[in-house]
Design a protein around this ligand. Structure first.
Ligand SMILES: O=P(O)(O)O[C@H]1[C@H](O)[C@@H](OP(=O)(O)O)[C@H](OP(=O)(O)O)[C@@H](OP(=O)(O)O)[C@H]1O
Length: 408
């Protein structure tokens, strides 16, 4: 049996209020204090500027937020595995490059809930994958605003869960995954208490007074859809709503009551899904999973938006991992000059090939899978179908490169 597996995740949620990214997001990503042991970064943003002219530009290039995250993370060996955007709601999933061969079945989904389901200003985007054989889903939501819409928020959450269906035999719904992380501007507010009471509790660090009036905490007791979702204690001040450029709660005419609108929750699947198969297939792999939250905090130093970002670091543990590569790449000789080179790849017997498979050559420090310096199709002649070892020739290979096999 393979050894237990543990993965460290750093999750960020931030309603960026249409702002351009600040120059330095190092502290948000913990790159200044971390020990470099984070395996994956998951970044969920809301209200990324989605004005029409901006969207056209972003469709052609990359949006500024994705760019700044890639710029900061790629020097540390993180690669953008997948991203999904629905208007202002953006989800980015990064992993250390050496995990890439073991992140499989990557799929994304989007659900609009704005204007009765027609408009993507509100809703959810998700990314799912199997990580060393264990299924994980990340769901980033922007739910409806305002105090009186607590029920609507729950309804929208349920409808996002219902509508998001992935392909494959198992883990088709969000909640079928071994572990789900749900985060975003969930927009829940603090009920009942007067503004002065809320502000005084904040000033005196007496957050527990506010916990029981937090609409999401209250909903946990009554909403079955929230069963199994867990959240760490809210030991940081409410992250909404601030005057932009300051750490002062809303002084505008709106006078919004401070609230913990920005949240990160997780859920472990309780039982194997119906029809779960034997160990070794995605469907049969379960749990024994353990999630440990190391911190759950806000970042007051960022003032570009009316919300503060929230981050959390988790360790994810599973009793075993599936770490047999489907493809092994062997490079003949050392590449020490700019010249042609030969690469041999071996496929596991259970690997089902696609004619779209390709092999990419990347510079060390590459940002995402489209960032290749060259690629070749992993083609094979029909007569070679039964062979497990194949060869491709690279033209003019340079130094400092990595080779990755992609299956589409
Ligand atoms: O109209 P939709 O598309 O739902 O978007 C809403 C409105 O812009 C709200 O402004 P208004 O209050 O003027 O209606 C705003 O509330 P605030 O201005 O209170 O922040 C919400 O911000 P978030 O609460 O950050 O989602 C935002 O999500």
């Amino acid at each position: 049996m393979s050894p237990p597996f543990s993965n460290r995740l750093h999750i960020v949620t931030w309603n960026v209020g249409s702002a351009t990214p600040p120059d330095d997001i190092t502290s948000l990503l913990g790159l200044n204090v971390g020990d470099g042991n984070t395996d994956m970064y998951i970044i969920g943003l809301q209200e990324v500027n989605s004005m029409i002219n901006k969207r056209l530009k972003d469709a052609l290039f990359t949006d500024q937020w994705s760019e700044v995250c890639m710029e900061r993370l790629s020097p540390f060996g993180y690669v953008l595995v997948t991203s999904q955007r629905m208007q202002g709601v953006l989800l980015l999933v990064f992993a250390k490059y050496f995990h890439l061969p073991f992140l499989r079945g990557v799929q994304t989904e989007t659900t609009r809930t704005g204007l009765g389901g027609y408009w993507g200003n509100k809703g959810g985007v998700s990314a799912r994958m199997s990580v060393y054989g264990h299924t994980i889903c990340f769901l980033n939501c922007h739910l409806p605003a305002h105090m009186e819409n607590s029920d609507q928020r729950m309804e929208d959450f349920e409808s996002i869960l219902q509508q998001q269906q992935f392909e494959g035999q198992a883990a088709t719904g969000v909640l079928d995954h071994d572990v789900v992380f749900w985060f975003g501007d969930l927009n829940f507010r603090i009920d009942d208490l007067e503004m002065q009471v809320v502000k005084s509790a904040i000033d005196n660090n007496k957050f527990s007074i506010l916990w029981e009036k937090d609409q999401l905490n209250m909903a946990k007791d009554s909403e079955t859809v929230l069963e199994g979702f867990q959240e760490g204690p809210l030991k940081f001040p409410p992250t909404y709503k601030f005057d932009v450029g300051t750490n002062t709660y809303d002084t505008s005419g709106k006078k919004r009551k401070p609230a913990w609108t920005d949240r990160i929750l997780w859920r472990l699947r309780a039982t194997a899904p119906a029809g779960a198969g034997k160990r070794g297939s995605i469907s049969g792999l379960t749990s024994g999973a353990k999630v440990t939250q190391h911190n759950y905090r806000s970042h007051m130093e960022f003032t570009v938006s009316d919300h503060k970002p929230v981050s959390s670091i988790f360790t994810l543990q599973f009793p075993y991992k599936v770490d047999l590569p489907l493809v092994t790449i062997i490079v003949e000789d050392e590449w020490n000059s700019v010249a042609d080179a030969t690469v041999i790849f071996k496929l596991a017997p259970n690997y089902s090939r696609s004619s779209w498979d390709w092999i990419g050559l990347f510079k060390v420090g590459f940002k995402h899978y489209k960032d290749y310096v060259g690629y070749v199709w992993a083609k094979q002649e029909e007569s070679d179908f039964l062979r497990q070892e194949h060869q491709v020739i690279w033209m003019h290979v340079g130094f400092n490169t990595r080779i990755i096999f992609f299956h589409i």
